[in-house]
Design a protein around this ligand. Structure first.
Ligand SMILES: [Zn+2]
Ligand SMILES: [Zn+2]
Length: 154
């Protein structure tokens, strides 16, 4: 009786070992299979869906937090026109989605567009001013020296 039980136990252990070995083997072969196109497509679709979900969720949050009014032109929105009301990120960082809504601003499509072109212009202006001041500094001093030299000769 005990011998039979023992043998049964041993065969049980053996089958567990076999299962472990088999699963390890399956894992190894799975790891070695290169990513096929379907899988890559799936990953890309998943990433895109996650991005969409994230956008939907912060948009939903912002629409819950703030009245449906454009922060610039004060145009009011309802369920029919809501698609024209967008969520703008004040610091222009779409990853900064503070849950208190401090980085969000509801803007209509036109004002949102305006806001972004203003931002681009500002960035462009800063770049222009920087390069202008750099050329000013280099061209200013030789002329000043020249003028003082001419003044001394008089
Ligand atoms: Zn507006
Ligand atoms: Zn924006």
């Amino acid at each position: 009786m005990t011998d039979w039980r023992f043998r049964n136990f041993r065969s049980h252990i053996f089958s567990v070992k076999l299962k472990l070995f088999y699963s390890r083997f399956v894992c190894m072969t799975l790891k070695k299979t290169p990513l096929n196109k379907d899988k890559l497509d799936q990953i890309v679709t998943d990433a895109r869906r996650n991005q969409e979900l994230r956008e939907q969720s912060y948009r939903g949050q912002a629409l819950k937090l703030y009245p449906w009014v454009c922060g610039r032109c004060a145009r009011e929105f309802d369920h029919k026109t809501l698609t024209e009301l967008t969520v703008h990120h004040k610091d222009h960082n779409h990853d900064n989605n503070a849950l208190d809504g401090s980085n969000w601003e509801l803007l209509c499509l036109y004002c949102h567009d305006n806001e972004h072109s203003k931002y681009e212009e500002m960035r462009f202006d800063v770049g222009k001013k920087k390069s202008a001041s750099a050329t000013n500094n280099t061209s200013h001093s030789p002329f000043a020296n020249l003028k003082s030299l001419l003044d001394n000769k008089k």
